[in-house]
Design a protein around this ligand. Structure first.
Ligand SMILES: NC(=O)c1ccc[n+]([C@@H]2O[C@H](COP(=O)([O-])OP(=O)(O)OC[C@H]3O[C@@H](n4cnc5c(N)ncnc54)[C@H](OP(=O)(O)O)[C@@H]3O)[C@@H](O)[C@H]2O)c1
Length: 298
């Protein structure tokens, strides 16, 4: 009988995401078990329970998935899972809280592709404003872009305090500088957009974040990406399927949630499939997601 692929899905929240369960099973896992309201301290015990019940050679057929809605906590949980391993017993581990690592990776990779193909630019030095900056997708997109050399700002729709805390966490954890900015009023948003070359819009589902006139007034804007697939769109006038379509009279290009979702879906599925087929235990976070999203976009 072939060795079974088993995935243990952990979340600090009340429920593991049904989206991630479907993705894991469709990617090929034979069995998926869910653990909700898991604390950071409980991760080691759960991982050790999983490793000691199978011979070491089956470690690669055992996976741990970490969900939730907080990027820093998910990375801490991934590290705790890794530290709990007792060689030669091992497992593969993949963190993707609220799908944010794969979604942010797909958004940045799609922007990079459009920049390269249509504007002969790359991410280095690109002035990025991340709207929905208080959310986990926005957080992850800012980190990925900044690690690629972009000058990223996290926009707080309710003031600067929450995004300033995120910027502190990012600086301490990754040694990169993200600018927290106040996007709580129309004039403040206009001021942010006046120096922005790329918009990453990662606001709450079904929330209109930017109007057509905001986009039209953004003189330096080169590209705008929106991940919100629930109407109304995060950016007015940006078609859900847009993939480098012109959205302003000044030539700014738009990328919609369905184009990004296509790469996100393939990235998450692809990382699960790599866990299933690997002959050596693997660890995946937003960096691996971005590398794969880039590859899928090439
Ligand atoms: N296309 C895809 O493949 C894909 C995949 C996954 C997710 N998504 C989408 O990605 C987006 C971000 O996901 P998430 O998990 O980070 O979402 P989220 O936490 O629900 O929302 C992101 C942030 O938007 C903030 N927000 C609320 N009203 C806003 C406004 N008027 N302007 C700007 N920001 C506002 C929220 O603030 P509070 O914290 O105060 O509520 C939250 O922090 C969502 O629209 C989600 O549906 C798309």
């Amino acid at each position: 009988m072939a060795d079974k692929n088993i995935l243990h899905m952990l979340t600090p929240l009340k429920h593991i995401s049904p989206f991630d369960v479907n993705m894991a099973v469709d990617a090929g896992y034979d069995a998926v078990a869910q653990y909700a309201q898991v604390t950071l301290e409980e991760v080691a015990g759960l991982v050790q329970d999983a490793i000691f019940s199978r011979p070491p050679k089956l470690g690669v057929r055992t996976g741990i998935f970490i969900g939730g809605k907080n990027a820093a906590l998910a990375l801490d949980m991934l590290e705790a899972a890794q530290k709990a391993l007792v060689p030669p017993f091992s497992v593969s581990i993949f963190a993707d809280p609220a799908g944010s690592f794969t979604t942010a990776a797909a958004m940045v990779a799609c922007v990079e592709k459009v920049l390269k193909e249509k504007k002969q630019r790359d991410l280095k030095g690109l002035k990025v404003a991340v709207f929905g900056g208080t959310g986990v997708v926005g957080f992850s997109a800012a980190v990925i872009a900044a690690l690629e050399g972009a000058e990223a700002s996290l926009v707080g729709y309710d003031g600067v305090n929450r995004v300033a805390r995120s910027a502190e966490i990012i600086a301490a954890r990754f040694g990169i500088s993200i600018r927290p900015v106040d996007g709580s009023t129309k004039p403040k948003i206009a001021e942010i957009l006046s120096r922005t070359e790329a918009i990453f819009c990662a606001g709450r589902a079904g929330v209109r974040v930017l109007a057509k006139e905001d986009i039209e007034a953004a003189d330096k804007l080169v590209v705008a990406a929106d991940v919100n697939a629930v109407p109304p769109s995060g950016i007015e006038g940006l078609d859900a399927a847009a993939s480098g379509t012109q959205i302003s009279t000044k030539g700014a290009l738009g990328i919609g949630p369905l184009a990004i979702g296509n790469i996100k879906y393939k990235t998450e599925s692809g990382l699960f499939r790599r866990m299933i087929s690997t002959s050596k235990a693997v660890r995946f976070d937003f960096r691996d997601a971005f590398a794969l999203a880039r590859e899928l976009n090439a």
